[in-house]
Design a protein around this ligand. Sequence first.
Ligand SMILES: [Ca+2]
Ligand SMILES: [Ca+2]
Length: 742
Amino acid sequence: MSLRNKVNLKKKMKKGLGSLLVLTAVSAGAFAQANAVKADEQVSMKEGTVLHAWCWSFNTIKDNMQAIKDAGYTSVQTSPINQVVVGNGGNKSLKNWYYQYQPTLHTIGNYQLGTEEEFKEMNRVADQYGIKIIVDAVLNHTTSDYNQISPEIKKIPNWTHGNKEIKNWNDRYDVTQNALLGLYDLNTQNPQIQQYLLNFLKTAVADGADGFRYDTAKHIELPGEYGSNFWNVILNNGSEFQYGEVLQDSISHEADYSKLMSVTASNYGNQIRNDLKDKRAAAGNLMNYQAQGVDPSNLVTWVESHDTYANDDQVSTWMSDDDIRLGWSMITARAKGTPLFFSRPVGGGNGTRFPGQSQIGDAGSDLYKDPTVKAVNKFHNAMVGESEYIRNPNGDEQVAMIERGNKGAVIVNLGNGDKQLNSDTKLADGTYTDQVSGRQFNVSNGHITGNVSSRSSVVLYDAKPDGTAQVSIDGYKEGDNSISAATEVTLKAKNAESATYKLDNGQEVAFQDGDKITVGEGLEAGQSTSVTLTATGADGQAITKTYTFTMKDPSAETNIYFQNPDNWSEVYAYMYSAKDTKLLGAWPGTKMTKDSTGRYTISVPASYAEEGVKVIFTNNQGSQFPQKEGFDLKAEGVYSKSGLVPAVPAGKTRVTFDNPGGWDNANVYLYYGNPVQTPLGAWPGTQMTKDDAGNFYLDLPEEYADANAKIIFNQPGTSNQFPYSVGFDLVKSGNYNKDGLK
Ligand SMILES: [Ca+2]
Ligand SMILES: [Ca+2]
């Protein structure tokens, strides 16, 4: 419902209903947000760096969370968490890593990483440190061993595309619909398989996961390819960051995948390794992400992956720790992409893949927290939003300098000799301390001088010392801090030499970490109060943050909706309190108003939803739903004949289609743009859900409506469709019948 309609509706209702409903506008602004005067160093998952804790168990990741945080990572990527083939008698040698990619059942926990309880506990601890968890999700295939595949999967009719091996790697059909290395290819077009896998992802999110890496994503067809809508379904799992392993080749279509999620920059990784091998990195090569049609911010970059390291061809196993430090410095200094650091086995590299010093479940080598790696990670986080300039100082390709705005630079010397730097720069004039060596660099008049040791990285910027003070209020949530009475809150201060709080424009009062104060005393409904916290750290830097609380308005309203499946000409909502059988208006109740989407709606006090109010919908001509005791009134509830209609997921909008008569199924075909995009798949499109009144609905991403999409409802397997020519305009929350919008 548009804002204008809402206002009109309120005007009408005010006239018609008198004092029954107290109508007070609730503006979105009532829920004020924290106003950070000084930006916290909160970095989104996409803009941060990821530690690929390859083969680390859940407990190992948990036990190293402090070190991971200190090393500057914002996310950790796990190995696959689902049930897998227990290979080689459960032997934990890292040589058996690949059994992780042989799913047998999509429940959480396996012999390599630990139990679901341990997974949850890891996520809980990660939250405490502000570390996000990315789960490696294997959705393309199961194991190749048919007997090991769980009956749970095999009982789904048509669960697999079979195990016929991919022969032609230049053929999209072969690559997506046949089996990789004989691993049974899941029938990703099958809605039951989609729901089965979506459930797994949602469970992981409910357990605390924040993102997914989709293994072999290139082997799962794109929306509209071979009648599939797999990704449209799967990606709506509630996570914050998702990327696909789309190893680049002639048929990889990474530009198309990148419109759905981030994708792996495998060609760029190859280029970086070539630069390391050559000990020179031409600025032009370093700049070129080699991913045509992909917005670089949608790339996951790496120096190496677990595949380049651990597969039998050992593409990157030759690299030394020095190589990785230098390569990581180059990709992580850059402005775009999400860098992924592969944790090698202890002692691994220089051509040795599995030295046997660590096993599955253990932490990898300490390189992930090496001082250079750490300094570069922190540089990456501190430079979010700064532009990028890449050059070879004085044309020397053994040295690469990646500058960020005029604030910072990472300088990498790939060669075997020290370099005396004497180069143009965009850095602001001043003295900079290398965050790795502590050595000084000078910039004056756009010229930088200093010494860069052989095979090393220099990280220059004005880094905040780790002792910077932080303040917070326990339990404060951005965007929703309404209170219903004066409320006690706990003030937090970290690394603070001194800290004060101030209520609105009052006096500053000193506080200690953990002190409690009361906010909202004497506050009228709808009014806000603010708490401003200031703390000064050992470094002398002060931080100030303001938090706002708003008193709930007891006269606030909510809406309820009725879909009117039988097309009554008038709809009334009869409401009564179940607690005291108090009538909220005599039969037939209050007349509802038809909104722009065809539903009938009424605005009621928000308190109804909390006071056990029941509602019966009637046409006042002998028909009503339900027949006896009313439905529970729910804020913003949408009702049909048998009660509440399932809520629409965030970011989606629901379209409904009235059964034109006798249809068992309805599909919706959707298209927009030039060239035409069909995100719900080729004709006949995507199947809708049938509701209890025999009508159909489907939840669609809201952006389709913004893209001026058109839709055609059709009965699969027949020539019945509405409309017969150009589709109806897709309207958010649109309710359609065969003639169009109701
Ligand atoms: Ca496939
Ligand atoms: Ca989490």
